[in-house]
Write a protein that binds this ligand. Structure first.
Ligand code: FES
Ligand code: FES
Length: 153
């Protein structure tokens, strides 16, 4: 029998029976049916699968679910992500949209990071963590600029 793991996702704690080494992305998508977290490259290179673990943007295809036991995990389905996702719609900042959920989570973490978020820091994080081949980059930054003035943190 697989060991049980307690995962707290979007404020709800779940006891899951997971095979050793089960990745966080698979626990979220398969065991918890939270399909908003996307499976892109599956090897830590594209950022589509990004979620927050204790407020830090983490690539969920690159970490075992068991390593996140006891942590606060947030996904695109969280209430906190909703205003950021709504701003993406407002600014038409997704094209195919496949990368968007992960970028929303990185922006959410960035917005919480300091009283006045540093735009250059966000550009660096997006460059480092996310691949978006659809060319939505300028609109994504417009979203970030608009959100800085809004109470989403
Ligand atoms: S699917 Fe996780 S980084 Fe690409
Ligand atoms: S919107 Fe298509 S990959 Fe980013």
């Amino acid at each position: 029998m697989s060991p049980s793991v307690l995962l707290t996702v979007n404020g709800h704690t779940h006891e899951l029976s997971l095979a050793p080494g089960t990745l966080l992305i698979d626990a979220l998508r398969t065991d918890l049916a939270l399909k908003g977290t996307r499976h892109g490259c599956g090897e830590g290179a594209c950022g589509a699968c990004t979620v927050l673990v204790n407020g830090i943007a983490v690539q969920s295809c690159d970490i075992a679910a068991a390593e996140c036991a006891g942590a606060a995990i947030e996904t695109i389905e969280s209430d906190a992500a909703a205003p950021v996702a709504a701003a993406f719609l407002e600014f038409t900042a997704a094209q195919c949209g496949f990368c968007t959920a992960g970028i929303v989570m990185t922006i959410l973490a960035w917005l919480r990071g300091r009283p006045v978020p540093d735009r250059a820091e966000l550009i660096g994080k997006l460059d480092e963590l996310h691949l978006c081949r659809c060319g939505a980059h300028a609109r994504i930054l417009r979203v970030a600029d608009a959100l800085v003035a809004r109470p989403v943190r």
